[in-house]
Design a protein around this ligand. Structure first.
Ligand code: C5P
Ligand code: C5P
Length: 478
């Protein structure tokens, strides 16, 4: 692992950026999830501060369509952010343009002159640093003043669930970035419940508002949260009738809440290790107002993720760039609609049992053209732990779009530790059906032709069965 060589590479890429004539048009292309929007915003801001007027385009993925669009546009400089390293063959067809890549996904060879990817330097792009972290290091190399963008780098890393250290902390280069933020007074860390707004909101609201982790039966349902709190023996209101926040709870009430939540999650089928992850390192941005969805870095990250999934890219970018006031009220509306959309999908699935299929080694949701292709990923992540799904096999989601079927796949950390690599499995299965796919061991995705969902699933089931990673005797039954 070499930080020095990574920093040398960043230095040489920055030198090349500075050689771009100021009148040149630069196009940044980034991914729609939290890390994509955050990294694209950091690059946009730092190029702007260097005197350029870059444009940004957020896309679902880097495919032939995006490449032909780039070909037809009048930009000589293209910056791929959170994508590109794994699509070198595609990019080859626009090699007459000046290409820059800032990406943390597994790269295809060869390494390009203007490509920043941690894997070439011995870092793991799944947990040591995300695209936003790389974009931040680039921004800091451009100008030390850009240290304030460390917060956005943390938002991106948390969006890609890179808090893989002890007590859900950031590790590797992400941890170094969090130290930059702490030193500048932009970050506070503490151990606590990873509920959105745990520090500041009424308990009922913070249970109902928490999307990641999704609390089956509680997220989005304040009535159910009130009942849950009362059943634990906690009085939710203060004597003056106002709602209690965590600072109003006694130590005994906090203990009841923590153990009650863990027991509840275990009763849903979570392993105790997974359930205990409800407690972890909480990252706070003290410069944000306490009641804002941007105060807790995980909630900030879920908010940007929601903007991306709800096609509100401009809003996500402007919030990362520092817009508040009007942008914040718009964000609250987007978050409300995002939660509503997810609960609509869950209700739809509950009344369409034939949209769920459980095989020996995989389980699946067929979202047809009801579930949006951008929502299928977060939806299946949430379904883990709820009936009839179990935690002992990957969960695959299908969503039909105009020309193809979008596949999303998620595993648990326990399955990954046993040897499941969804990125490789999905890539292989997609290839078999003339599709494209890939991703990480724990989260992957693909595009396959319409009508091939069942065959794809059977094939994936066979691949996992043959790999013998999930053995029948080690399976936990619900
Ligand atoms: O393309 P990219 O790597 O940025 O996307 C990773 C996606 O996988 C994110 O949307 C993230 O939320 C999801 N993920 C997940 N579970 C994990 C790690 C990542 O659902 N443990
Ligand atoms: O779209 P979703 O959130 O399910 O994506 C999970 C992971 O799979 C992301 O890292 C994404 O970049 C990757 N993916 C991919 N090829 C696709 C779709 C998703 O590599 N066709």
């Amino acid at each position: 692992m070499s930080e020095i060589t990574l920093f040398n590479k960043i230095h040489s890429v920055v030198e090349n950026i500075k050689k771009i004539p100021k009148e040149e048009k630069i196009l940044i292309i980034s991914h729609y999830d939290a890390d994509g929007i955050a990294s694209g915003s950091i690059i946009l801001k730092s190029l702007f501060e260097l005197g350029y007027f870059p444009h940004i385009r957020i896309v679902n993925q880097l495919d032939h369509e995006v490449i032909s669009e780039i070909k037809s546009l009048d930009y000589n400089y293209i910056v791929f952010s959170d994508m590109g390293s794994g699509q070198k063959t595609l990019i080859e067809s626009i090699k007459e343009k000046n290409i820059f890549i800032i990406d943390h996904h597994q790269p295809e060879s060869p390494e390009l002159e203007n490509e920043i990817n941690p894997h070439y330097f011995g870092f793991d792009g799944g947990k040591d640093i995300s695209s936003s972290g790389l974009a931040y290091l680039l921004a800091k190399e451009i100008d030390e003043k850009n240290v304030h963008l460390s917060q956005i780098a943390i938002v991106g890393a948390l969006g890609d669930l890179q808090d893989k250290g002890e007590k859900n902390s950031l590790i590797g280069l992400n941890e170094k970035i969090s130290q930059d933020a702490e030193k500048s007074g932009l970050l506070k860390k503490k151990l606590g419940l990873k509920l959105h707004g745990f520090e500041s909101r009424p308990i009922i609201q913070c249970l109902a508002n928490t999307i990641e982790p999704y609390l089956p039966g509680l997220t989005g349902n304040e009535g159910a949260c009130l009942k849950f709190i009362k059943n634990l023996g906690i009085e939710p209101k203060k004597p003056d009738g106002s709602w209690k926040t965590v600072s109003d709870l006694s130590n005994e009430e906090i203990r009841l809440l923590v153990s009650g939540l863990i027991k509840y999650l275990i009763s849903l089928g979570f392993s105790s290790k997974e359930a205990e992850k409800i407690i972890g390192t909480v990252y706070i941005f003290p410069n944000e107002s306490k009641d804002s969805p941007l105060y807790d870095a995980r909630e900030f990250s879920s908010s940007i993720n929601a903007c991306g999934r709800m096609n509100k890219y401009g809003l996500g970018i402007s919030i990362c760039l520092g817009d508040r006031d009007k942008a914040l009220s718009e964000l609250k509306q987007v978050l409300h609609e995002y939660r509503q959309k997810l609960s609509y999908y869950i209700d739809w699935l509950n009344s369409h049992n034939n949209s769920i299929k459980i095989l020996s080694h995989v389980q699946a949701v067929f979202g047809e053209d009801i579930i949006d292709e951008k929502m299928i990923g977060p939806l299946i992540s949430m379904l883990y732990g709820g009936k009839p799904f179990s935690l002992d096999k990957p969960i695959i989601g299908f969503s039909k779009s105009k020309n193809f079927v979008k596949v999303s796949a998620r595993a648990t950390i326990e399955l990954v530790n046993k040897g499941i690599n969804l990125g490789l499995l999905i890539k292989e299965a997609a290839k078999k059906f003339n599709g494209i796919g890939g991703g990480h061991s724990i989260a992957a995705g693909a595009q396959i032709p319409i009508g091939k969902e069942e065959e794809f699933l059977e094939y994936l089931n066979k691949l996992i069965e043959e790999s013998q990673v999930i053995k029948p005797e080690t399976r936990i039954t619900n």
